[in-house]
Design a protein around this ligand. Structure first.
Ligand SMILES: C=Cc1c2[nH]c(c1C)Cc1[nH]c(c(CCC(=O)O)c1C)Cc1[nH]c(c(C)c1CCC(=O)O)Cc1[nH]c(c(C)c1C=C)C2
Length: 606
């Protein structure tokens, strides 16, 4: 199936959606006149992580005659995406090889992940996909450590009153009743409607200056994604939906209720809606129109069925296949162990790039254009995370009673997160959480043991210059699983990885900083340097691939040719309009051919 056929069914109901997203007139990046050829002759890509590789791939697809050079400082490509099969030394297990994942371990499905599906299709990876269904324990059972025990969170579906009771007596829900008063609390004063604030302050303000929900629940979720500090991270950048609901309606719950009324006709017909920014809506439309995707990929990775997925040989397989594909292309060159030390615009308006490698220092090359995926600490600082993989051949290594109230069927799960409200005296290792990989990523090994990853550090290590070494990492991980999960036996495998500055932190004021950095870069390099990667597009693998895809799309659809130098940051010049529109389950249905009924997007007000 070619998605293009269904694009019209998506677009037609929304007459107000422009075919091409327009830049609002206040965009400051529109001031250069260029006389560029239809396509650049040469492009440099800085960084060979997933953003750099997928940018090279999508650009090469759209500009087949352009010569692309990827610069990567390290020996291997892929950044912190790294999986490895490790041999178990136990004689009884015939030297089985267990798959360990050192960095990101699963991908989520969803309508905004279409570019990842396109990559999977193009690279022929579908048969190697391994999914975890929405029904699986890993998708249903999640735990939070509070204060010393694991507390299971409710899963979607009919309420389990016994579980709710256990949750209540654990004390984790302290402060939740204040939510009832949220609609009656004043919104931001008029002169502060656009003001950013930290996630902790935002949540606490809506709950009557009560920080307990933020400290207990929100901080745990944020640890699992950003490994970050809710007192520093931006509510506007990280929780844009609820931040905008408050901005428009003065209350999140009231906003939701009012919007639901606006789309009642749809929800009555089973089409569920969500708040969507104009940018996301246009992006979804563009992607659906642009994709050329096999129906089998959509079926296998449907958001309805699949919660997360990986590949037979872990996420590394995506990197390896991408690298192989790029190396096969005559117009792509990959320079590893080659660090970009300087770049500037020369008198001919070309980018002069200086690089150094083991064999040559200060080598100069000129390019028509460059895409940087390198970290940019001036927009977002980054945190360091240590991952410790532990494997026990004993599948019952976790003492079952540690999993708190549970039924037999759902006795494992995704793992657990540790909120900031757990005192550091109780968490001296500064752990963020533990993933039960034997459940979270299934069907990768031939034997089932207990496979865990302990995550340490993140914002708890802010300002540290030195980090624990491998031995200390192992000792800390073992003491954590002993205390929390009752595991006293020695692991059969242990692997420690330190990922320095791996997760960018979108701290308060982030969006303003990106816009001003965007203007600076656009001025300095006259639009010849674009940026993408996890400092701008979201911290997940899917976000990086989508950023790369949209950058290539922008370049082809005029970005490279016309005067609107968006340098890959178009999202930050969105009109700021928000709508109530179909959620991703409803949108996915349109991909399978069912039409959305005609209706107007319900506006979030102005
Ligand atoms: C390896 C450490 C990472 C931590 N956060 C991320 C990584 C790679 C980035 C990240 N993690 C999640 C998301 C959102 C959904 C997504 O795009 O995949 C992002 C951007 C969610 C997540 N967190 C953990 C897992 C296994 C997943 C994916 C599966 C799911 O959502 O069900 C575990 C985990 N990650 C971190 C910690 C501290 C942690 C603790 C248990 C940091």
């Amino acid at each position: 199936m070619v998605l293009k056929r269904h694009a019209s069914s998506l677009e037609s109901p929304f007459k107000r959606t422009s075919v091409r997203p327009r830049l609002p007139s206040r965009c400051p990046l529109c001031s250069y006149s260029t006389r560029m050829p239809r396509e650049p002759k040469t492009i440099a890509i800085f960084g060979g992580g997933i953003s750099g590789l997928s940018s090279a791939y999508f650009i090469a697809k759209r500009f087949p005659n352009t010569k692309i050079t990827i610069y990567e400082a390290k020996e291997r490509l892929g950044g912190w995406m790294q999986s490895q099969r490790v041999v178990l030394n136990k004689d009884s297990l015939n030297g089985q090889r267990i798959l360990l994942e050192y960095g990101p371990r699963t991908l989520r499905t969803g309508i905004l992940t279409l570019p990842t599906l396109q990559l999977i299709d193009d690279l022929g990876l579908l048969d190697d996909v391994r999914t975890t269904s929405r029904e699986a324990a890993a998708s249903q059972s999640r735990y939070i450590l509070y204060p010393r025990n694991l507390v299971r969170l409710p899963s979607p579906g009919p309420p389990d009153f016994l579980l709710l009771w256990h949750l209540w007596v654990s004390g984790l829900l302290k402060g939740i009743p204040t939510l009832l008063m949220e609609p009656f609390r004043k919104g931001r004063p008029e002169d502060q409607r656009d003001k950013d604030e930290s996630i902790a302050d935002f949540v606490a303000r809506r709950l009557g200056r009560d920080y307990r929900v933020a400290d207990n629940l929100v901080s745990a979720v944020i640890h699992g994604i950003y490994a970050g500090d809710i007192y520093k991270l931006s509510a506007k950048a990280i929780l844009p939906q609820i931040w905008h609901l408050e901005r428009y309606y003065g209350s999140v719950l009231e906003g939701l209720a009012r919007l639901r009324v606006g789309v009642k006709e749809l929800t009555d017909r089973g089409i569920f809606c969500t708040a969507l920014s104009r940018y996301d809506w246009d992006t979804i439309n563009h992607m659906m129109r642009d994709m050329d995707l096999d129906l089998r990929v959509l079926e296998r990775l449907s958001v309805r069925e699949t919660a997360t997925y990986t590949f037979k040989e872990g996420l590394q397989q995506l990197v390896t296949r991408l690298e192989d594909e790029l190396r096969r292309k005559e117009n792509v060159e990959i320079l590893t162990q080659t660090r970009v030390s300087d770049y500037h615009l020369n008198a001919n308006n070309q980018l002069e790039v200086t690089s150094s490698s083991k064999t040559s220092n200060g080598r100069n090359r000129t390019f028509d254009f460059a895409v940087s995926t390198l970290p940019n600490p001036s927009v977002a600082p980054a945190v360091t995370v240590m991952t410790v993989n532990l494997y026990y051949t004993n599948p019952q290594a976790i003492e079952k009673w540690r999993l708190g109230y549970t039924d037999r069927e759902k006795s494992d799960g995704f793992g657990y997160l540790i909120p900031r409200s757990v005192d550091l005296k109780e968490n001296p290792e500064r752990a963020l959480g533990v993933v039960f990989d034997h459940d979270a990523t299934q069907n990768l090994d031939q034997v089932r043991g207990t496979k865990l990853t302990v995550m340490l550090g993140g914002h708890w290590w802010d300002g540290w210059r030195e980090f624990p070494d491998e031995k200390e990492g192992e000792t800390m991980a073992k003491s954590i699983v002993k205390r929390h999960l009752g595991i006293t036996e020695e692991p059969d495998l242990c692997h420690v990885s330190l990922h320095e500055n791996c997760i960018p932190q979108y701290t308060v004021g982030y969006e303003d900083r990106v816009r001003s950095e965007g203007s600076r870069l656009a001025d300095l390099y006259k639009g010849r340097l674009w940026v993408t990667g996890n400092h701008y597009n979201g911290v997940g693998v899917n976000d990086c691939i989508r950023g790369a895809y949209l950058l290539a799309q922008d370049m082809e659809n005029g970005g490279w040719l016309d005067d609107n130098h968006r340098i890959g940051l178009r999202k930050f010049y969105d009109s700021g309009e928000w709508f109530m529109g179909p959620n991703q389950f409803a949108l996915e249905r349109t991909l399978f051919g069912s039409e959305l009924p005609k209706y107007e997007l319900a506006s979030l007000g102005q």
